[in-house]
Design a protein around this ligand. Structure first.
Ligand code: PLP
Length: 313
């Protein structure tokens, strides 16, 4: 989907025109993938709009930067304020927000020390990420997720998405909408941009972070919602074949939100329709995000922009 431009981008504390947010081709990030970033959604509410779990996302950005020894010259509060400022300046909601910290133009060697850290925050409309209302048809990737102690999975770094691209391109070429990768030991890890959940015999399972999965904010939201609904929840290592015999499987992610999976490697999951537990969790998730249910976990940061249309149509 082509990017729908907005008017302003936040750059190192200032709002600059969208067209001016450019980089030199010799910037460190272009050659070595030296960036960390976030994906956040702002949802329409009955009376305005609100960003979903803003501080948690910006804390993860700071954590990703820390792992890569990248010093960000902004506090958590300043980064959160930057998100609110850019959304209000552009007046576009519902929207997707993309903060990114990167190593800019300085030196060409692998060492990032001489290349300045720059922070940008953009926002733009972005609708449903995983196609299909009845559930996605996906596959197991022939690519493994990042092995421990190679690329840190807990850092949401631009470079990790070269692995995600291999997974996603392979899936698309073979006629699937997305794939799930196994970790280096053959255990279920995650999608190219999503965490994975399984329901079997009424119990909700998801792989632990040690299986090379990103610490998804939506994953955490779903775990919180499920526990609140009184569901049995287990974070444990999952063998590949458990996916095939699950009653329900779904993806979670900021872009993917809560997306049911209909088949994996052409094996139909359950009865091939979004399951009852998936629907219950999705209902709660979208209810809170869209301000139709109480924000009982304190997940919403209001912004002063009225929503024009729902983002998840
Ligand atoms: C590889 C990967 N796993 C999981 C997720 C889900 O994380 P979140 O729910 O924080 O968006 C994402 C998206 O950010 C991702 O890119």
């Amino acid at each position: 989907m082509p990017i729908q431009t907005t008017s302003k981008i936040w750059h190192n504390g200032n709002l600059i025109p969208w067209e001016s947010a450019t980089l030199h081709v010799m910037s460190h990030v272009i050659h070595y993938g030296s960036s960390v970033f976030e994906g956040i959604r702002c949802y329409g509410q009955p009376h305005g709009s609100a960003v979903f779990r803003l501080p948690e996302h910006m804390q993860r950005l700071l954590d990703s930067a820390k792992i890569y020894r990248m010093e960000l010259p902004f506090t958590l509060e300043e980064l959160c304020a930057g998100v609110v400022d850019v959304i209000e300046a552009n007046g576009v909601t519902p929207c997707y927000i993309r903060p990114i910290a990167l190593r800019g133009y300085g030196e060409i060697g692998v060492s990032p020390k001489g290349s300045p850290v720059e922070v940008y925050i953009a926002n733009f409309p972005w609708g449903k990420y995983i196609p299909g209302h009845g559930g996605a048809d996906i596959c197991i990737s022939s690519w493994n997720r990042l092995a421990p102690n190679t690329m840190p999975s807990l850092a949401k770094a631009g470079a990790n998405y070269m692995n995600s691209q291999l997974m996603h391109m392979e899936a698309e070429i073979n006629g699937y909408q997305e794939s799930i990768a196994l970790d280096v030991n053959g255990l279920v890890s995650e999608g190219s941009g999503e965490n994975v959940f399984i329901v079997r015999n009424g119990v909700l399972y998801t792989p632990p972070l040690a299986n090379s999965a990103l610490s998804g904010i939506t994953r955490d939201s779903v775990l919180t919602i499920a526990r609140h609904l009184g569901l049995a929840v287990t974070e444990q290592a999952l063998p590949r074949e458990l996916l095939y015999i699950a009653d329900e499987v779904f993806f979670t992610g900021t872009a993917a939100e809560v997306s049911p999976i209909r088949s994996i490697d052409r094996i139909v999951i359950g009865d091939g329709k979004p399951g009852e537990i998936t629907k219950k969790i999705a209902d709660e998730f979208f209810g809170i995000a869209n301000g139709l249910k109480p924000d009982r976990f304190g997940w919403l940061t209001p912004v002063k922009v009225s929503a024009s249309e729902p983002v998840t149509v």
